[in-house]
Write a protein that binds this ligand. Structure first.
Ligand SMILES: [Zn+2]
Length: 311
C-alpha cells in the first residue's frame, strides 16, 4: 500500500464505521451537487419504511427547509429575509425598537415583507404528508422550529412550536394569548404597501391593530422566540417528553446547528431512539444518524406514506 493511497484517502485514520459514514456523506454530496437521483435511494426509503413500521410511531423534528416549497425562504438563504434585514438589527427586540426609532421606512419594509411572506404561505406536500402519517398512527408529534403554523394548517394535531408562532401574540401584563387571522394581517398589510406611514402613524397603527391587549389594554408582543430570548420552559419540556417517548426520530429540513433545538436528536439517541434524517445535502447531524436519506422531504415522505410501493 503506497503512501500516495493514504494521502489521497481522506478517511485514513477514521474507524471503519466513521469511514463508511464519511464515504456515504461524500457520495451524497457528489450526487446532490450534480442533481442525479441516487440509484439505491429506494433501498434507503424501504429501510426507513421498515424502521417506522416496526419501531414507530415516530416523532419528527422540522426546520426551515420544509417550508421553502411554501414560499418561505430560509432566513439565511440567498433569498432569505436576513439578507435585506440583518439579524443584528431585526432579530431581537432592542434592535427592532432601535430600527423603528431611527429607520422607520426600513422598519416598515421589514414588517411588510415579513407579514406578506407568512400570510401568503400555504402548506406544501411535506406538511400534508406529515399530517397523513399522523392520521395513519405512524407519527405521534412534530417539534418544529418554524413559526409559520403550516403544520397545523395542513391538519397536524400535535405540534410543539419551540420558537413560537408568528400569528400568535401574548399580553405582557395578563398573559392573554390571541391568534391573528390571516385576513386581519392582510388588511394591515394593505396599509403598509403604499407610501411610508412615518414613525408616528406607524406606531399608532401597530398599537391599535396589533399590539394592544383587548382584555387589559396592556402591551402585547408576537409570541415568538427572538435571538437572545430563552425558550418557553413548558414548551421545551413537552419537546423533551416527546423525544424520550418515541423509539424513532425523523429529522427534516434542518441543518441541526441552532441550539438548544440541535440537542434534541442527541437526546433521542441517548434514550435509545433510531435517528433518520432526510435532507438533500448532509448536515452536521448526518454523522450521528442511523439512516440518512439524501432526498427532498416531500419525495421521501410520499414513498413512506405509499404502502403499495413496499409490497
Ligand atoms: Zn392583557
Amino acid at each position: 500500500m503506497s503512501l500516495h493511497f493514504f494521502l489521497d484517502d481522506p478517511t485514513h485514520g477514521l474507524t471503519l464505521d466513521r469511514r463508511k459514514t464519511h464515504r456515504h456523506i461524500q457520495r451524497s454530496i457528489a450526487l446532490s451537487s450534480h442533481n442525479i437521483p441516487p440509484k439505491d435511494l429506494l433501498t434507503e426509503h424501504k429501510e426507513a419504511f421498515r424502521i417506522i413500521h416496526e419501531r414507530g410511531p415516530v416523532c419528527v423534528l422540522t426546520g426551515a427547509g420544509v417550508s421553502v416549497d411554501s414560499g418561505i425562504p430560509t432566513f439565511r438563504g440567498t433569498d432569505g429575509l436576513w439578507r435585506q434585514y440583518p439579524p443584528s438589527l431585526f432579530g431581537h427586540t432592542p434592535g427592532l425598537i432601535f430600527t423603528f426609532a431611527c429607520f422607520p421606512k426600513w422598519f416598515q419594509s421589514f414588517l411588510r415583507d415579513t407579514i406578506k411572506t407568512f400570510v401568503q404561505a400555504t402548506p406544501n406536500d411535506t406538511h400534508t404528508l406529515l399530517a397523513t402519517l399522523e392520521q395513519q398512527g405512524l407519527l405521534s408529534g412534530i417539534i418544529t422550529q418554524n413559526v409559520d403554523q403550516l403544520h397545523q394548517d395542513a391538519g397536524s394535531q400535535h405540534v410543539v412550536e419551540v420558537h413560537g408562532n408568528f400569528f400568535r401574540s401574548v399580553c405582557k401584563t395578563c398573559k392573554r394569548q390571541d391568534t391573528l387571522s390571516k385576513d386581519a394581517l392582510r388588511a394591515f398589510l394593505n396599509e403598509l404597501e403604499g407610501q411610508p406611514l412615518g414613525r408616528i402613524k406607524l406606531f399608532k397603527k401597530l398599537k391599535q391593530d396589533l399590539f394592544t391587549c383587548p382584555s387589559c389594554g396592556g402591551a402585547r408582543r408576537p409570541d415568538m422566540v427572538f435571538f437572545g430570548d430563552p425558550l418557553d420552559t413548558s414548551t421545551w419540556q413537552e419537546a423533551i417528553c416527546l423525544v424520550k417517548h418515541n423509539k424513532v426520530m425523523l429529522v427534516l429540513g434542518t441543518s441541526a446547528t441552532v441550539y438548544p433545538v440541535a440537542e434534541l436528536p442527541h437526546i433521542a439517541r441517548e434514550a435509545g431512539a433510531t435517528l433518520i434524517e432526510i435532507n438533500p445535502t448532509p448536515t452536521a447531524l448526518t454523522p450521528f444518524v442511523d439512516l440518512y436519506i439524501p432526498d427532498t422531504s416531500s419525495r421521501a415522505l410520499r414513498l413512506l406514506v405509499d404502502d403499495e410501493r413496499h409490497c
